[in-house]
Design a protein around this ligand. Structure first.
Ligand SMILES: [Zn+2]
Length: 193
């Protein structure tokens, strides 16, 4: 990639983002010679499978929509935006490489939850509760209780999550969910990412 200012051939990528329509990668670059900053859009020619929702409806895969949900979950959490974009890029590539013509929306939600679980437990719980990928709120509460009880799998999940403030936040979230549950007469319907 040549610098548009001085034509030097070496430039560095500062930041990569998937463009809103998910059909291009936007990169911020800086020239190694003159430090001129510029942006490139690299088109990705991807044949992506259709997303099949739980009710059987098919729709095009919109990476941006999934990433918006993830960014909501990682708000003010120690998850680097680049890690989220990289997850999106990898997911998109995996889908493009797949020979399947369709993918279940729940599989996309699962992939996002797996990613978040590795990144940050709180973000994972938020995402799970936003998208109600758990069958109902009781299942989510069960999961939180297991996590909070410090069973062996939870101990592993909680590694790097032992800050008292974060445990307090988790407890607070559990309590607010319990309050929400007692106010809701019945669990609401499934919402797909
Ligand atoms: Zn330059």
């Amino acid at each position: 990639m040549r610098c548009p200012a001085c034509k030097h051939s070496e430039t560095s990528v500062l930041e990569s983002r998937v463009a809103p329509q998910a059909d291009a990668i936007r990169r911020r670059r800086v020239c190694d010679a003159c430090s001129h900053r510029f942006t490139t859009y690299e088109r990705v020619e991807l044949q992506l499978p259709a997303v099949v929702k739980k009710d059987g409806q098919r729709q095009p895969f919109l990476l941006d929509k999934l990433l918006r949900g993830i960014f909501k979950a990682v708000h003010r959490r120690p998850v680097a935006p680049d890690a989220v974009y990289e997850f999106g890029r990898q997911l998109e590539l995996r889908l493009a490489e797949s020979t399947d013509r369709e993918v279940a929306s729940s599989a996309l939600g699962d992939a996002a939850m797996q990613f978040l679980r590795q990144q940050d437990l709180m973000a994972y719980v938020r995402f799970a509760s936003i998208y109600k990928e758990f069958p109902d709120i009781n299942a989510l509460l069960d999961e939180l209780q297991v996590l909070a009880a410090g069973s062996p799998p939870a101990a592993e999940a909680l590694a790097g999550f032992a800050e008292p403030t974060e445990l307090a936040e988790l407890t607070e979230l559990t309590e607010s969910l319990q309050r929400a549950k007692s106010e809701e007469p019945a669990p609401t319907g499934q919402v797909s990412p």
